[in-house]
Design a protein around this ligand. Structure first.
Ligand SMILES: NC(=O)c1ccc[n+]([C@@H]2O[C@H](COP(=O)([O-])OP(=O)(O)OC[C@H]3O[C@@H](n4cnc5c(N)ncnc54)[C@H](O)[C@@H]3O)[C@@H](O)[C@H]2O)c1
Length: 316
């Protein structure tokens, strides 16, 4: 769970709103049409590509320590993960061609340095073509490079925000350990029963169909199908029977209470989207333009000040 760095959520957040977006090219303002390159296909690289892929962005190139690959149509992260597990490298992946250029200087909307520190320096910063740099790694941009990016209207989503998903989820785990109870355990049944009650499922369908929802997918289908068959034998036409089965599948699947995974995902998304909005607001308030790093620092310092102030502590 802690490996879930949240880079996907965090790229999605700032890409959704903020007046600073007007400074970026139109196609880069939508996360959905973005192409991106990633330096590094380790924990951060893989999971950020997976989430961005899920949100509709296209990973066109990946650079690793022993070589780089490229596919303008997009690289499937799942297939690449399986290939890397089998072969120990991304080189030779059949879903892409070898990439000869410098991955950091590739033509794309988003560049994700997800390998290590000090990769973007004053030497290569002027050659970077990406309009958004999503700092998956810690400290991939030197201060000199940062200044060049600001001058060139390149949006750098800072590491202290962007890769904080890992520590955020670690904090959720810490809370779970302190409470000695997993997230959702206390509310799962209540939520599910409320949802069923809301739609008065028992009035419409035999309770066995509802109960079958609790079992495995296979068991659910079997029980539901069995029940529908009985209904069918008694009152229904085959076409109606099929319609009922489809309804059961699509209507009642989301009625279960939220699982621990659902809660962690939604807690992470909420935290990251809220932080993104706060950083954007701070950038606007102090007229910082695309300097989201300074905005993130100001935001953090203001929070510390507020807590100290409310607690009656003074700075010396
Ligand atoms: N794992 C996390 O939860 C997490 C969270 C926040 C930040 N980070 C930071 O992200 C960075 C990467 O962490 P990770 O956990 O993914 O590490 P990792 O070791 O799993 O992955 C790094 C990958 O980058 C590749 N690599 C190294 N140097 C490279 C280079 N010059 N060019 C291309 N590829 C190169 C490595 O071969 C490796 O596959 C680190 O800076 C880390 O501090 C990690």
């Amino acid at each position: 769970m802690t490996l879930l760095t949240g880079v996907g959520w965090e790229c999605k957040g700032p890409l959704q709103e903020g007046p600073e977006l007007a400074l970026l090219p139109a196609e880069a303002q939508s996360g959905e049409t973005c192409s991106h390159f990633s330096q590094g296909f380790g924990n951060v690289g893989l999971h950020s590509i997976r989430y961005l892929h899920r949100f509709g962005a296209k990973c066109v190139g990946i650079g690793e320590i022993d070589g780089a690959i490229y596919n303008s149509e997009g690289i499937d992260p799942k297939q690449l993960e399986e290939y890397k597990l089998q072969h120990g490298t991304i080189v030779g992946f059949p879903g892409a061609k070898p990439y000869e250029g410098n991955i950091l200087e590739a033509d794309c909307h988003i560049l994700i340095p997800a390998a290590g520190e000090k990769q973007l320096t004053r030497v290569n910063a002027p050659k970077i073509k990406a309009k958004i740099i999503a700092e998956g790694a810690n400290g991939p941009t030197t201060p000199d490079a940062d200044k060049i990016f600001l001058e060139n209207n390149v949006m750098v989503i800072p590491d202290m925000y962007l890769n904080a998903g890992g520590v955020t989820v670690s904090y959720f785990e810490c809370l779970k350990n302190l409470n000695h109870v997993s997230s959702g355990r206390l509310t799962f049944k209540y939520e599910r029963d409320s949802n069923y009650h809301l739609l008065k499922i028992d009035d419409k369908f035999p309770s066995q169909v509802a109960r079958a929802k609790l079992g495995s997918k296979k068991e659910k289908y079997f029980c539901s199908y069995e029940k529908v068959q009985i209904l069918n034998d008694r009152i229904m036409q085959p076409s109606l029977c099929l319609l009922l089965l489809i309804t059961i599948h699509f209507l009642y699947l989301p009625l279960q209470g939220a699982s621990e995974k659902d809660i962690v995902h939604s807690g992470l998304a909420y935290t990251m989207e809220r932080s993104a909005r706060q950083i954007m607001r701070t950038a606007s308030k102090y007229n910082l333009g695309l300097d989201l790093r300074t905005a993130a620092y100001v935001n953090a310092i203001e929070k510390v000040f507020k807590v100290y102030n409310e607690a009656g502590l003074t700075f010396t």
